[in-house]
Design a protein around this ligand. Structure first.
Ligand code: SF4
Length: 219
């Protein structure tokens, strides 16, 4: 039920997981136990495919984190706000590429790179052109076609929506991961003042980004 008090808007915990929206029974059992024990009024799936515990008594926060155990412990950050991925060809009849495996690979790569963005960077990976993870309106979007992956950059779905630019198509796992890192590194080095990728692309333009990436590739 919706809370009456605006104070409740300030009391929420995002469980750091489930990774890529894949939920393990142990996590659900732990979270369900915490919700019951602390009488938390709202358990919500977020847009980022995570779980949010909302409306708890603020004085219980330390105990809640403790009760969440490994599910709630701080995790190493990959730099991006989140990576969400659809079931892809592993589980969806329309899937033509393996979105979950690619998301896992991308997260592992990003964990090894010291990227620290000044603005939110959201990643959506979809296993087919239906784009259930909204790849065209994510900062970095990747979606699968039969002949490989398409990478889209600079999308946004917020107050000033923007369809991202297609940077390249028909790529293998390795190629799209390499391009994703190049694009993010370039954005990280050249964005100004908490500039989201949509505004960044409006400012610099697709041609300049393509040229910069080509220059890097030949260095
Ligand atoms: S994007 Fe395609 S593969 Fe992914 S869930 Fe949607 S229909 Fe299935």
């Amino acid at each position: 039920m919706a809370p009456d008090s605006k104070d409740n808007h300030k009391t929420y915990i995002i469980v750091p997981g489930p990774k890529l929206g894949v939920v393990l029974p142990e996590l659900l059992q732990t979270v369900a136990g915490v919700v019951e024990k602390h009488d938390i009024p709202q358990l919500k799936l977020t847009v980022a495919q995570r779980l949010a515990l909302i409306g708890y008594a603020p004085e219980n926060i330390d105990q809640i984190w403790q009760d969440l155990g490994n599910s709630g412990s701080p995790q190493k950050k990959s730099g991006v706000s989140y990576i969400k991925a659809c079931p892809g060809k592993a589980w969806c009849k329309y899937g033509v590429q393996d979105a979950l495996t690619l998301g896992d690979k991308l997260e592992k790569i990003l964990l090894e790179i010291p990227l620290s963005f000044n603005a939110k960077v959201k990643v959506g990976i979809s296993g087919c052109p239906f784009n259930c993870c909204e790849s065209f309106v994510r900062d970095l979007g990747i979606f699968g076609k039969k002949n490989g992956w398409t990478l889209v950059f600079g999308g946004n779905g917020a107050r000033k929506p923007r369809i991202g630019d297609v940077i390249d198509e028909s790529m293998s796992d390795e190629q799209v991961l390499e391009l994703a890192v190049k694009v993010l590194v370039y954005y990280n080095a050249n964005a100004v003042n908490r500039e989201r990728t949509a505004r960044f692309m409006e400012r610099i333009g697709l041609e300049k980004l393509r040229n910069a990436l080509a220059m890097r590739a030949t260095e």
